[in-house]
Every structure is written in C-alpha cells, then in structure tokens.
Design a protein around this ligand. Structure first.
Ligand SMILES: [Cu+2]
Length: 283
C-alpha cells in the first residue's frame, strides 16, 4: 500500500519535472554561465562535475534511507538488532570511498585555482578602483583613465517618483556611461582596489569576481576568446552602501585593431593641452 503510494508520488514528481527539463531556456537561466574565457569554462565544468557527484550521492543515500525506513518499519514487525554495534569493514568502506571522491574533486579544483591566480605573462594592465558609486579604469601603460557610472537613462528612472517605467529602459541598472574597453585574445590583468569601502568587481562571463579593498591591490586576469567580442555585463558584488545596486559594470570587448584605435584616440583626447606659447617679448 505504502509502496504503491510512494511510487505514484515519485511518478507525479517526475511528470511535473519532465516538461520543465525540456524547456532549455528556463533551466539554463538557473545554472552557472559557461562564459567566454577558458577559465570560465573550466569553472563551469568543475561546477557541473561536482553537481552530478552530489546528485548521485544524494540519490544513493536517500534511496537507502527511504528503502530502510519502509522495509524495516515497526508495523511490519521489525526488531532492532542490539548485538551487532560495530563493523570494521563497513566503517573502512564508508571512510575510504568519500575520501577518494573528495580527492577526485580537489585535484581538478586546485589545478583551476592555481590557473586563476597565475597573473604572469599578461599583455595589458588596467587598474580598477571601486568607489561609492562607480568604477575608475586606469590603463597603466597608456596614460588613459576614466570613470564609469550608471547610465543616464537608468539613473533617471531609478529616482523616487521619477514617473519612468523601468521596463522601458534598455538594460535597466545594467548599463554604464563609459564601459571598460579591452581587446579579444589578450591576457588582461586587472589591479583591483577600493577608494572608500570594499566593493567587488564581478563579470560572470569572464569567471572573474574580485574584492576591491581600500589599501590593498588584488589581481585578477581574463582572456576573452577571439570569436567572442561584444558587451559583457556585471555588477558590484559586495554590499558597499546606499547605491550598491547602482554601480554596474560593462566590458566592451573589441578586436585587437579596434581596441588599438580606440586606445590611441582616447590617449590623444586625454593628453594635457600644451602650455600656451610664451608671448613674444614686447620691446
Ligand atoms: Cu557595491
């Protein structure tokens, strides 16, 4: 009777989940993104590997537990065994198997962690300073530096009683006035710090999230695939005060040639004006 009830419950649950499982977009939105860098894909693969390890362990453990509860219930006349309280063989097995599983997960995880921290051989260094509330990007070798704030349209709509429907604003709260511009296929090193309180620079598609701490310089790096130029969005990921939700991040990834042209342009714009020529001596 109970077994039949359990079976029908399990079937009902499976039926409820099945159509949703087919709607790729629905479930895809819940999962980690695969991203556009080698590291972000490695993080995704690790996440999936460990997720499935957990699923299998969950099924096995709960399966044995539920089966034991149902099969050896009191109403069926089960009597607890008080003679066998220790079994060395079983203890060894349930210690060795989890240790092996943990080691099998730790090895690839450690390898990826080491790679994430490897900021050698970078080709472009940008200092990122988080402040209340926005970001400053400083291209250290090129004398280019600028601020990146929430874009005007979002900023107007977010005001109390603005009368603007946020749904009409494109990329509401996820757009900036000046994005960070970087080239594809280039190992970009970020030197991340904070000007006032702790912020965190987070762009999921790159697999990068690093705290911006005043007085500290944290390093991070990313290298976007050659065939993946475009706009990538992120947000401050450390609660930093009143306008924490209003300091998004946008990274504009361009081809190497486009980037070089942009950087040259920006550098000329920012070059301080030459001092006025000295007035000819009035004699
Ligand atoms: Cu913040």
């Amino acid at each position: 009777m109970i077994r039949a009830k359990l079976m029908s419950l399990a079937l009902a649950a499976a039926a409820a989940l099945a159509p949703a499982a087919h709607a790729e977009s629905g479930w895809g939105e819940l999962n980690l993104t695969q991203g556009v860098t080698d590291i972000s894909r490695k993080i995704y693969d690790l996440h999936m590997l460990i997720f499935w390890v957990c699923v299998v362990i969950g099924i096995v453990v709960f399966g044995v537990m539920i089966w034991s509860i149902v099969t050896f219930r009191k109403s069926k006349g089960a009597v607890p065994d008080t003679t066998m309280v220790h079994n060395t063989k079983v203890e060894v097995v349930w210690t060795v198997i989890p240790v092996m599983i943990l080691v099998a997960m730790a090895v690839p995880a450690a390898r990826t962690l080491v790679e994430i921290e490897d900021t050698s051989k970078t080709e472009l260094s940008i200092k990122v300073t988080g402040f209340q509330w926005g970001w400053n990007y400083d291209y250290l070798d090129d004398g280019v530096s600028y601020y990146s704030h929430l874009d005007r349209a979002s900023n107007a709509a977010r005001e109390l009683d603005s009368g603007i429907d946020p749904h009409t604003v494109e990329h509401y709260l996820l757009n900036v006035d000046q994005p960070l511009v970087v080239p594809v296929d280039t190992k970009v090193r970020l030197l991340i710090t904070g000007a006032d309180v702790i912020h965190s620079w987070w762009v999921p598609a790159f697999g990068v999230k690093k705290d911006a701490i005043p007085g500290f310089v944290n390093e991070a790096w990313f290298k976007v695939d050659t065939d993946k130029p475009g706009l990538y969005r992120g947000q401050c990921a450390e609660l930093c005060g009143r306008d924490h939700g209003f300091m998004p991040i946008v990274v504009d990834v361009r081809s190497k040639a486009d980037f070089a042209a942009w950087l040259k342009d920006k550098a000329t714009q920012q070059k301080p004006a030459a001092p006025p020529a000295p007035a000819p001596n009035a004699s």
